[in-house]
Design a protein around this ligand. Structure first.
Ligand code: GLA
Length: 427
């Protein structure tokens, strides 16, 4: 079945939320506490940019500097995107002491980290528990402590640790055909790097990338994982994005401050995604409390893509301090309604038309009762910024994708931002 995207995103929020500043950090009221709690690494889902989705193996030092420059120049840094993450293909060879050197694309990693930090940003890097990364470059097997120390010496703030050759190098070799034993080996490998990072004394976000194997969400937090990929790789096609989205349902209980499900990095602005597909992807990732790691061509970002990536209301949903991931409240054929409780008694609602043109002439009717809501709910459309009142069975117009008049409109997205304080009480 060909799948396209349409999304209405609604947010039921308190009046104070709406009248406050719009930056994600400022939008969250500080919790009242007698004693100051210890800072949590990745207290909200990490936000930044990663090199893989646009550059893949071609990324260079120059590209990373340009990404840092552009995060600042475009306002993305101010919107919350602070990590500049180098993915695979920075690695060179190990010397006689086992010390890993960078390859010629990255002549001086410490200088690069200093440059990124000088912009008020943080820097991330990539490795894996096997001998080789997915790109065939040197990974960390047998050098975990040495590599972690080197990252800390460079000033690295984030590590993505990708399973890749560990499967062949260790799991298949040491426990051929024995899946449970293989999984234990895998978990031990992640635990080893988790401990090595902690031993550096530097707060380094630990991102597990092993595609969701062995229900990673159940064991990753205990070994210091701050986020973990839940699926295989994303690509810039709506059917893949929608498949990944669908696979997040049921995982909400594992997300929370310091530990997040990661449905993979953003493809917003990449490939041939239509504007509405870009919006749907971004808004649904925010509903999921996902890490928001842009992966687009920042120096050549189009204004409409920047507008999506810097939408402060959507980012505020993603960064809500409670960290509750959205769940699918109900679906009606190809239309799905997802909700996410927010701090201050607010509720975000997303209505996603993931299928074809069923509702192009017959609007979807929102069943508020199925969301536990009774009576009219005042709010705001997050896409238009206009106030809106949600009423039971209200028709929601979801535009047809593929209309001849606008061939790029393959998905419709709008958003609501209700302001009723007691959204679950009849008005
Ligand atoms: C795997 C990961 C990707 C990327 C590449 C790099 O496929 O899932 O996100 O890091 O490796 O080789």
């Amino acid at each position: 079945m060909r799948i396209s995207a349409s999304l209405c995103l609604a947010l039921l929020a308190t009046a104070s939320f709406l009248s406050g500043p719009t930056s994600p950090a400022a939008a969250q009221p500080a919790p009242k506490a007698a004693t100051k709690p210890a800072p949590i690494t990745a207290a909200t889902p990490p936000m930044g940019w990663n090199s893989w989705n646009f550059f893949a193996g071609k990324v260079t030092d120059k590209d990373i500097r340009a990404a840092a420059d552009n995060l600042v120049a475009t306002g993305m840094k101010d919107a919350g995107y602070i990590y500049v993450n180098i993915d695979d293909t920075w690695e060179g060879e190990r010397d006689a002491d086992g010390l890993l050197h960078t390859n010629s694309k990255f002549p001086d990693m410490k200088a690069l980290a200093d440059y990124v930090h000088s912009k008020g940003l943080k820097i991330g890097i990539y490795s894996g528990p096997g001998n080789k990364t997915c790109g065939g470059y040197a990974a960390s097997l047998g050098h975990e402590e040495q590599d972690a120390k080197m990252y800390a010496d460079w000033g690295i703030d984030y590590l993505k640790y990708d399973l890749c050759s560990f499967r062949g190098d260790v799991m298949d070799k040491e426990a051929p055909g024995d899946k449970p034993a293989q999984m234990r080996l895998m978990i031990a490998a992640y635990e080893k790097m988790g401990k090595a990072l902690q031993a550096t004394g530097r707060p380094i976000v630990f991102s597990l990338c092993q595609y969701g194997w062995d229900a990673v969400w159940e064991w990753a937090p205990a070994l210091g994982g701050n986020l973990w990929r839940t699926t295989g790789d994303i690509n810039p096609r709506w059917d893949r994005i929608y498949a990944i989205l669908s696979q997040q349902d049921g995982l909400a209980k594992y997300a929370g401050p310091g530990h997040w499900n990661d449905p993979d990095m953003l493809e917003v602005g990449n490939g041939k995604l239509s504007l509405e597909e870009n919006w749907s992807h971004f808004a649904m990732w925010a509903m999921l409390a996902s890490p928001l790691l842009a992966g687009n061509d920042l120096p050549n970002m189009k204004p409409e893509i920047k507008a999506i990536l810097t939408n402060s209301d959507v980012i505020a949903i993603d960064q809500d301090r409670l960290g509750h991931q959205a769940t699918r409240a109900y679906s009606d054929g190809e239309v799905e309604v997802w909700t996410r409780p927010l701090s201050g008694g607010a509720l975000a609602i997303a209505v996603l038309a993931a299928g074809d043109t069923r509702y192009s002439t017959h609007p979807f009717h929102l069943d508020l009762a199925r969301l536990g809501l009774h009576g009219p709910q005042k709010g705001q459309d997050l896409k238009t910024g206009q106030p809106i009142t949600l009423t039971n069975n209200m028709p929601i117009e979801i535009q047809s994708h593929d209309t001849p008049a606008s061939p790029h409109r393959r998905a419709e997205v709008s958003a609501f931002h209700p302001v009723s304080k007691k959204w679950d009480v009849a008005c």
